[in-house]
Ligand binder design. Structure first.
Ligand SMILES: [Zn+2]
Ligand SMILES: [Zn+2]
Ligand SMILES: [Zn+2]
Length: 124
């Protein structure tokens, strides 16, 4: 395994310093895939309202944070709340939600299955 493919697990309060945003999770690779979701389209990390930190998925929050997860609040949907693991761009919640299943900056495909548990990440 080369360095580029290496994964890293980070527990609160530490954050993974390979990323330009506060981010942590379980076995995270450089495209923000994790041990729970590691297909080619799982290349986005989402920010949580409780701590303002990005995680590849809610299970990563459950396993590495020191508090319960709260979704990103509706009154902050214009603020950055998604991080694309392909182009490393920050997307507002609205940008992410309006462009279903793809990054509006680089076109990376995102997992359409994420929609079914969206209320864990974004306040309905
Ligand atoms: Zn949190
Ligand atoms: Zn995960
Ligand atoms: Zn992108």
């Amino acid at each position: 395994m080369s360095d580029a493919d290496a994964t890293r697990t980070t527990h609160a309060p530490a954050v993974d310093d390979r990323f330009p945003v506060p981010l942590r999770g379980v076995a995270v690779d450089l495209r923000t895939r994790c041990t729970h979701w590691d297909s080619a389209v799982d290349v986005v990390a989402l920010r949580f309202g409780c701590c303002g930190t990005y995680y590849p998925c809610a299970s990563c929050h459950d396993e590495t944070a020191d508090h319960g997860a709260e979704p990103w609040p509706r009154d902050r949907f214009d603020e950055p709340a998604a991080f694309c693991g392909r182009c490393r761009g920050r997307l507002s919640a609205r940008e992410y939600l309006d462009r279903d299943d793809a990054c509006p900056r680089c076109g990376a495909a995102f997992n359409p299955g994420c929609r079914s548990h969206r209320d864990r990440y974004f306040e309905p």
